[in-house]
Every structure is written in structure tokens, then in C-alpha cells.
Design a protein around this ligand. Structure first.
Ligand SMILES: [Zn+2]
Length: 167
């Protein structure tokens, strides 16, 4: 059984945690009072000003020695055409043969140098599973973690930060 000890409060946890934003980073740059008129935010898609198109996916990191993956819930921006493709097959069980799509990461994850606008590829998955977000294989620490995996201790560190807002 996967378990780790929170580095902040010392409690044991027995499930792989996941963290993410409910909207693209770009959405939060729109003043609160304007969001209703300028943004259409759904569970898996977001459109801002009818010209910025975002979808939600999973930026997964292997955890060394574990079967389960750690997942950052993130949003990426797609071109209008690819966004339309995404929406067109959203309710289709078999869609993994479509794409991948190029996307810019619209997320700022804690504990990393800036992650906004990292280049990604969005891989659709079947049966309603959110897309897999593959980072461009650069030297950015997040991309390195996606390639090489992270330790259980790193999961505990991320957990402590996200739950207790401290490193
Ligand atoms: Zn804790």
C-alpha cells in the first residue's frame, strides 16, 4: 500500500495525492468582476474573450518504486482548431487516436521555477480519462521529474506545501 508521512504535520497518508487548479492561470488574470462576461469556464474547458482556448489535463509524474502516478491537474491552451477537435470528441469513448495537440501550459505550480507557458503535448485518452500532458523534454525541473520520476519523499514535500502552504 502506498503511504507517506506529511513532512509538515507528521501524519501518515495512504493515497496518492493530486493537486491542481480549477481554472487556467490565464483565467485568474481576468479581474474577478469581468469573469462572468469574458470567460466560459466548464469542468474541462475554458474560453476567455472568445480567443483563448484551454483544456484540462493531467501532468503525471512517475513515483519511483510505485505503481501509481502523481498527477498535477493543469490547464493548457490550444489553438482554436485543436480546441474544436477536443470538444467534438469529448463525449466519445474512443478518442486516443486523435492528436496529440500542441499546448502551452497555463499553470503556475508551486515548488518549481515558473511553469507558465512551458510547451506541452496533449494526448487524449479513452473512456473519459482526462488527457495526459507531456512536457517538452527540457532541463526544466518539472520536465526532468516527468522523465525521471520523483521519490515518495518528494510526494510528501509537495503534499505538505499544498495542504499547509509551507515548504
Ligand atoms: Zn500534513
Amino acid at each position: 500500500m502506498f503511504r507517506f508521512r506529511c513532512v509538515s504535520c507528521d501524519e501518515w497518508h495512504e493515497e496518492m495525492p493530486t493537486f491542481g487548479a480549477e481554472a487556467p492561470l490565464y483565467f485568474y488574470s481576468v479581474p474577478t468582476g469581468d469573469r462572468d462576461s469574458r470567460c466560459i469556464l466548464e469542468s474541462d474547458t475554458c474560453v476567455v474573450d472568445r480567443e483563448h482556448f484551454f483544456v484540462r489535463g493531467c501532468l503525471e509524474l512517475p513515483v519511483i518504486g510505485e505503481r501509481e502516478l502523481f498527477s498535477w491537474g493543469v490547464w493548457v491552451s490550444l489553438s482554436k482548431d485543436h480546441f474544436d477537435d477536443f470538444v467534438a470528441c469529448f463525449n466519445t469513448p474512443k478518442r486516443s487516436h486523435i492528436g496529440p495537440f500542441f499546448g502551452w501550459l497555463s499553470a503556475e505550480l508551486p515548488l518549481y521555477p515558473s511553469t507558465e507557458n512551458l510547451k506541452t503535448r496533449v494526448h487524449l485518452r479513452d473512456n473519459g480519462i482526462r488527457p495526459y500532458i507531456e512536457l517538452e523534454p527540457t532541463d526544466h525541473p518539472l520536465a526532468v521529474e516527468q522523465r525521471n520520476g520523483i521519490t515518495v519523499d518528494r510526494v510528501a514535500e509537495i503534499y505538505a506545501y499544498c495542504v499547509h502552504s509551507q515548504a
